[in-house]
Design a protein around this ligand. Structure first.
Ligand code: HEM
Length: 382
């Protein structure tokens, strides 16, 4: 019987014990439905992420069809990936980072003031804050879209990441990408005067394919920033609440080291996929050109070979070897932003409030990106 069933309710409730079983018994697991090898050990996952000439992200090289809207930073290999990533990173470096963090912190405080003592942490706080933080980053004043359609597109994109397991979700993703590109494109073409888009220099890019890759990458960045950060914040606050963190008598500053431990322990990105471009081996398994591998970074992050008592949240540990932001040439471009927001928001929450759950958290039925649909909370002012 197949043991890697990420969308099954019992798996969604606790993927980590299943990952442990796979690491122990079948670390290079063939999954017939996915048509891919599922990698669960830290050493294998890290090696694959750090060898982008053998394990590639642009599946056109192995004969897969990729619609133009799909081609972005995340799905390109060098040299195109290098060119687009340089453009994005160069624009990101010009953003006034401290001012951005301060603005996101103020948005969080304003949102909290409007919410009262009992609310849904995910839908009322983390998701709206995710959108606001990306608008602030891009320098866009508002999303200028119907709120319901916008939220539904973001949800469809997260669902579509599981298309390998639930093929019916594939078309939803293409629909959502088209919708979100339409929202963002006018701002890329006629950029605002401040923020990331003002530094991208889209006009100066002459090659038609590079313009498309850049536009798609900016959309991917907006979506990755929104969805990973909001899922992370929901997962983090749930975990900290369940561990009694917000009810400690003397709240402390939440440090970057603590935030990395949360990314290790309950990071939203569970899996990444690569294709094999050169024959190779992982463990005792031979892999040949055209094979696919699914790298379970969330399993690598619980690997006892790297992290002592890996199933324990330990905010004082050195979690720096975690793969929750990936590793190598595709590693997360927003990691520093995400860590800063986590530190500021959790510090402010814990200094100002005691937090308890006001109901059962509801897990979102998604596997690639783990998050909550709902997290009812009760806040008491300190
Ligand atoms: C806690 C929050 C976040 C987590 C856990 C996270 C996680 C990740 C991971 C695991 C990857 C690697 C994917 C791969 O190797 O295939 C990645 C890539 C990426 N992330 Fe994040 N991310 C977060 C926040 C952000 C933010 C805030 C932004 C944007 C501001 C962002 C933008 C990106 C982009 C554009 C890539 C693709 C990079 C490339 O392929 O070269 N992420 N992220």
């Amino acid at each position: 019987m197949e043991i890697f069933t990420p969308l099954a309710p019992e798996f969604l409730a606790d993927p980590y014990s299943r990952y442990a079983e796979l690491r122990q018994t079948d670390p290079v697991h063939w999954h017939e439905g996915l048509g891919a090898y599922v990698m669960t050990r830290h050493s294998d996952c890290e090696r694959i992420l750090r060898d982008p000439s053998t394990f590639i992200s642009d599946f056109r090289t192995v004969g897969d069809d990729a619609p133009p809207a799909f081609l972005s930073l995340q799905t390109l290999d060098p040299p195109e990936h290098t060119t687009v990533r340089r453009m994005v990173l160069s624009a990101m470096r010009k953003v006034e980072f401290d001012a951005w963090v301060k603005a996101v912190r103020e948005e969080a405080a304003t949102l909290l003031r409007s919410l009262g003592t009992e609310f849904d942490f995910v839908t009322d706080f983390a998701e709206p804050l995710g959108t606001r933080s990306m608008l602030l980053l891009f320098g866009m004043p508002s999303i200028q879209a119907d709120e319901t359609a916008y939220r539904s597109a973001l949800r469809k994109l997260v669902l579509s990441m599981d298309a390998g397991l639930a093929p019916e979700h594939g078309p939803l993703g293409m629909e959502a990408r088209a919708y979100l590109s339409e929202l963002i494109e006018p701002w890329v073409v006629s950029p605002p005067t401040t923020g990331l888009l003002s530094h991208v220099g889209f006009d100066a890019v002459e090659a038609e394919d590079h313009r498309l890759f850049l536009l798609n990458s900016l959309r991917a960045l907006f979506v990755a920033g929104y969805s990973s950060s909001s899922s992370m914040l929901g997962n983090a606050v749930r975990t900290l609440t369940e561990h009694g963190y917000f009810n400690s008598p003397e709240p402390r500053d939440f440090t970057a080291g603590m935030a990395h431990e949360l990314v290790r322990f309950v990071g939203p990105v569970q899996a990444e996929t690569r294709a094999v471009a050169k024959d190779t081996e992982v463990g005792s398994q031979s892999l040949t050109y055209g094979d696919f591998v699914v790298i379970i970074v969330a399993s690598a992050n619980r690997d006892e070979a790297i992290f002592e008592a890996a199933n324990k949240l330990d905010l004082s540990r050195d979690a720096s070897k975690h793969l929750g932001f990936g590793s190598g040439i595709h590693s997360c471009v927003g990691a520093r932003l995400a860590i800063s927001v986590l530190c500021e928001v959790i510090s402010d929450l814990s200094k100002n409030f005691r937090i308890d759950l006001a109901g059962d958290p509801i897990q979102r039925p998604t596997a690639t990106q783990r998050g909550l649909d709902n997290l009812p909370v009760h806040l008491n002012t300190r």
